[in-house]
Design a protein around this ligand. Structure first.
Ligand SMILES: [Zn+2]
Length: 90
């Protein structure tokens, strides 16, 4: 009986992707690259903190696409702000 439920769910997913194909990159604002002017899908999460402005509990995150991940990570690292770098889908 549960197998039928699985079939229904995958059909719904296929239909959702079909109708939102063009909106996907624009509407999912929380997974776009943080680089100025870049609207690519983010693949990397950079966690950072400016110790002069933020206390230890305050962690900021930037999202970056493949193209900008190294640039943004280096920007933070040279200032001593970078805490961690992880893949978005982790
Ligand atoms: Zn980018």
């Amino acid at each position: 009986m549960r197998a039928l439920d699985g079939g229904t769910a995958s059909a719904a997913v296929t239909s959702r992707y079909g109708t939102s194909l063009y909106g996907a990159w624009v509407s999912d604002a929380d997974v776009l690259c943080s680089a100025k002017g870049c609207r690519a899908a983010a693949t990397v999460v950079l966690s950072w903190r400016n110790p002069r402005l933020h206390d230890a509990a305050r962690v900021k995150t930037w999202l970056a696409c493949d193209e900008h991940a190294d640039h943004l990570a280096q920007f933070l690292e040279v200032r001593g702000f970078l805490l961690s770098r992880a893949a978005v889908d982790e």
